[in-house]
Design a protein around this ligand. Structure first.
Ligand code: IMP
Length: 193
Protein backbone atom coordinates (compact mmCIF):
# COMPACT_ATOMS: atom_id res chain seq x y z
CA UNK A 1 0.00 0.00 0.00
CA UNK A 2 1.11 3.55 -0.74
CA UNK A 3 1.56 5.96 2.17
CA UNK A 4 1.69 9.74 1.95
CA UNK A 5 4.10 11.38 4.39
CA UNK A 6 2.44 14.64 5.36
CA UNK A 7 5.71 16.57 5.54
CA UNK A 8 8.45 17.90 3.30
CA UNK A 9 11.04 18.02 6.12
CA UNK A 10 13.85 15.78 4.86
CA UNK A 11 15.11 14.94 8.38
CA UNK A 12 11.67 13.60 9.30
CA UNK A 13 11.25 11.78 5.97
CA UNK A 14 14.54 9.92 6.53
CA UNK A 15 13.45 8.81 10.02
CA UNK A 16 9.98 7.76 8.83
CA UNK A 17 11.43 5.69 5.99
CA UNK A 18 14.09 4.06 8.19
CA UNK A 19 11.54 2.79 10.70
CA UNK A 20 8.38 2.16 8.66
CA UNK A 21 9.87 1.21 5.28
CA UNK A 22 8.93 -2.47 5.75
CA UNK A 23 5.22 -1.80 6.19
CA UNK A 24 4.41 0.14 3.04
CA UNK A 25 5.27 -0.56 -0.60
CA UNK A 26 5.91 3.09 -1.27
CA UNK A 27 6.24 6.17 0.94
CA UNK A 28 6.06 9.53 -0.78
CA UNK A 29 6.16 13.10 0.45
CA UNK A 30 3.57 15.79 -0.24
CA UNK A 31 5.89 17.34 -2.80
CA UNK A 32 6.41 14.02 -4.59
CA UNK A 33 2.63 13.50 -4.62
CA UNK A 34 2.20 17.01 -6.07
CA UNK A 35 0.05 18.10 -3.16
CA UNK A 36 0.32 21.71 -2.19
CA UNK A 37 -1.62 21.77 1.04
CA UNK A 38 -0.79 23.47 4.29
CA UNK A 39 -2.72 22.47 7.43
CA UNK A 40 -3.49 25.23 9.91
CA UNK A 41 -1.82 23.95 13.06
CA UNK A 42 -4.18 25.45 15.60
CA UNK A 43 -4.48 22.48 17.97
CA UNK A 44 -3.63 22.89 21.65
CA UNK A 45 -1.74 19.60 21.73
CA UNK A 46 0.81 17.84 19.51
CA UNK A 47 -1.67 15.01 19.10
CA UNK A 48 -4.48 17.22 17.82
CA UNK A 49 -2.19 18.81 15.22
CA UNK A 50 -0.74 15.50 14.01
CA UNK A 51 -4.19 13.99 13.57
CA UNK A 52 -5.48 17.07 11.78
CA UNK A 53 -2.52 17.07 9.34
CA UNK A 54 -2.83 13.36 8.53
CA UNK A 55 -6.62 13.35 8.24
CA UNK A 56 -6.69 16.27 5.81
CA UNK A 57 -4.21 14.50 3.50
CA UNK A 58 -6.19 11.24 3.61
CA UNK A 59 -9.35 13.18 2.77
CA UNK A 60 -7.64 14.88 -0.20
CA UNK A 61 -5.92 11.77 -1.61
CA UNK A 62 -8.00 8.82 -0.44
CA UNK A 63 -4.71 7.22 0.68
CA UNK A 64 -3.23 6.41 4.11
CA UNK A 65 -1.28 9.38 5.49
CA UNK A 66 1.27 9.78 8.25
CA UNK A 67 1.88 13.06 10.03
CA UNK A 68 3.76 14.15 13.08
CA UNK A 69 3.75 17.19 15.27
CA UNK A 70 6.62 17.84 17.56
CA UNK A 71 8.29 20.45 19.67
CA UNK A 72 10.39 21.31 22.67
CA UNK A 73 8.87 21.67 26.15
CA UNK A 74 10.91 23.40 28.85
CA UNK A 75 9.77 22.75 32.42
CA UNK A 76 10.90 26.11 33.84
CA UNK A 77 9.02 27.90 31.03
CA UNK A 78 5.78 26.04 31.82
CA UNK A 79 6.13 23.80 28.79
CA UNK A 80 7.01 26.53 26.30
CA UNK A 81 7.71 26.75 23.41
CA UNK A 82 5.57 23.56 23.09
CA UNK A 83 3.21 23.47 20.09
CA UNK A 84 4.61 26.90 19.15
CA UNK A 85 8.20 25.56 18.77
CA UNK A 86 8.53 26.33 15.06
CA UNK A 87 6.92 29.77 15.50
CA UNK A 88 8.53 30.71 18.84
CA UNK A 89 10.29 33.88 17.63
CA UNK A 90 7.75 34.62 14.93
CA UNK A 91 6.46 38.16 14.52
CA UNK A 92 3.71 37.12 12.10
CA UNK A 93 2.00 33.73 12.02
CA UNK A 94 4.69 32.04 9.92
CA UNK A 95 7.53 29.84 11.16
CA UNK A 96 10.59 31.74 12.40
CA UNK A 97 14.12 30.65 11.51
CA UNK A 98 15.71 27.96 13.70
CA UNK A 99 18.39 30.49 14.67
CA UNK A 100 15.87 33.13 15.79
CA UNK A 101 13.97 30.50 17.82
CA UNK A 102 17.16 29.32 19.55
CA UNK A 103 18.28 32.89 20.30
CA UNK A 104 14.93 33.63 21.94
CA UNK A 105 15.06 30.41 23.95
CA UNK A 106 18.54 31.24 25.29
CA UNK A 107 17.36 34.74 26.19
CA UNK A 108 14.29 33.41 28.02
CA UNK A 109 16.49 30.90 29.89
CA UNK A 110 18.87 33.57 31.22
CA UNK A 111 19.21 33.24 34.99
CA UNK A 112 17.28 29.94 35.08
CA UNK A 113 19.21 27.04 36.59
CA UNK A 114 16.52 24.35 36.16
CA UNK A 115 17.29 23.48 32.51
CA UNK A 116 15.16 20.29 32.26
CA UNK A 117 13.31 19.89 28.97
CA UNK A 118 11.94 17.28 26.63
CA UNK A 119 11.20 16.97 22.96
CA UNK A 120 7.72 15.56 22.34
CA UNK A 121 6.40 13.97 19.19
CA UNK A 122 2.89 12.83 18.33
CA UNK A 123 2.37 10.67 15.27
CA UNK A 124 -0.90 9.96 13.53
CA UNK A 125 -1.58 7.46 10.77
CA UNK A 126 -4.98 7.88 9.13
CA UNK A 127 -6.59 5.30 6.87
CA UNK A 128 -9.11 5.83 4.06
CA UNK A 129 -11.79 3.89 6.02
CA UNK A 130 -11.67 6.55 8.76
CA UNK A 131 -9.62 4.60 11.31
CA UNK A 132 -6.50 6.14 12.81
CA UNK A 133 -3.49 5.13 14.90
CA UNK A 134 -1.89 7.63 17.27
CA UNK A 135 1.28 7.42 19.34
CA UNK A 136 3.55 9.74 21.33
CA UNK A 137 7.19 9.77 22.38
CA UNK A 138 9.40 11.91 24.61
CA UNK A 139 13.14 12.57 24.64
CA UNK A 140 14.47 14.08 27.88
CA UNK A 141 17.46 16.37 28.22
CA UNK A 142 18.52 19.83 29.34
CA UNK A 143 18.81 23.21 27.64
CA UNK A 144 22.49 24.06 27.17
CA UNK A 145 24.09 27.48 27.63
CA UNK A 146 25.50 27.71 24.11
CA UNK A 147 25.11 25.95 20.77
CA UNK A 148 27.10 22.73 20.26
CA UNK A 149 27.17 20.35 17.27
CA UNK A 150 26.45 20.50 13.57
CA UNK A 151 23.90 17.70 12.96
CA UNK A 152 20.14 17.81 13.25
CA UNK A 153 17.92 20.87 13.04
CA UNK A 154 15.73 23.14 15.14
CA UNK A 155 16.80 23.18 18.78
CA UNK A 156 19.19 20.20 18.52
CA UNK A 157 22.39 22.12 19.18
CA UNK A 158 20.92 23.50 22.43
CA UNK A 159 19.53 20.15 23.61
CA UNK A 160 22.05 18.53 25.95
CA UNK A 161 21.65 14.83 26.80
CA UNK A 162 23.50 14.25 30.11
CA UNK A 163 23.79 10.42 29.78
CA UNK A 164 25.82 10.88 26.59
CA UNK A 165 27.49 14.16 27.55
CA UNK A 166 26.61 15.69 24.20
CA UNK A 167 23.82 17.56 22.46
CA UNK A 168 21.49 15.84 20.02
CA UNK A 169 23.27 17.86 17.30
CA UNK A 170 26.50 16.02 18.20
CA UNK A 171 24.88 12.61 17.71
CA UNK A 172 24.82 10.69 14.44
CA UNK A 173 21.32 10.44 12.92
CA UNK A 174 21.18 6.73 13.88
CA UNK A 175 22.15 7.47 17.50
CA UNK A 176 19.56 10.23 17.77
CA UNK A 177 16.83 8.06 16.17
CA UNK A 178 17.50 5.32 18.71
CA UNK A 179 16.45 7.58 21.60
CA UNK A 180 14.55 10.48 20.05
CA UNK A 181 10.92 11.43 20.62
CA UNK A 182 10.15 10.75 16.94
CA UNK A 183 11.98 7.40 17.01
CA UNK A 184 10.02 6.32 20.11
CA UNK A 185 6.66 7.40 18.67
CA UNK A 186 7.46 5.60 15.40
CA UNK A 187 8.45 2.39 17.17
CA UNK A 188 5.20 2.53 19.16
CA UNK A 189 3.36 2.86 15.86
CA UNK A 190 5.30 -0.09 14.49
CA UNK A 191 4.00 -2.18 17.43
CA UNK A 192 0.41 -1.20 16.57
CA UNK A 193 0.92 -2.13 12.92
P1 IMP B 1 6.70 20.70 13.48
O1 IMP B 1 7.39 20.56 12.17
O2 IMP B 1 5.41 21.42 13.45
O3 IMP B 1 6.60 19.37 14.16
O4 IMP B 1 7.61 21.67 14.33
C1 IMP B 1 8.52 21.18 15.18
C2 IMP B 1 9.49 22.26 15.65
O5 IMP B 1 9.97 21.79 16.91
C3 IMP B 1 10.70 22.34 14.72
O6 IMP B 1 10.65 23.47 13.91
C4 IMP B 1 11.85 22.41 15.69
O7 IMP B 1 12.08 23.75 16.02
C5 IMP B 1 11.36 21.69 16.93
N1 IMP B 1 11.78 20.25 16.90
C6 IMP B 1 10.98 19.16 16.78
N2 IMP B 1 11.70 18.02 16.77
C7 IMP B 1 12.98 18.41 16.88
C8 IMP B 1 14.21 17.69 16.89
O8 IMP B 1 14.28 16.45 16.79
N3 IMP B 1 15.32 18.44 17.01
C9 IMP B 1 15.30 19.79 17.10
N4 IMP B 1 14.19 20.51 17.07
C10 IMP B 1 13.03 19.83 16.96
Amino acid sequence: MKLILATNNEHKVREFKQILGNYFEEMITLKEANINHETVEDGLTFKENALKKAREITEITGLPALADDSGLCVLALNGEPGVMSARYASVDDNNASDQANRDLLLKNMEGITDRRAYFACAIALTMPDGTSYETEGRFWGEIGYCEKGENGFGYDNLFFVPEYNMTSAQMSPEQKNSMSHRGKALRELEKLL
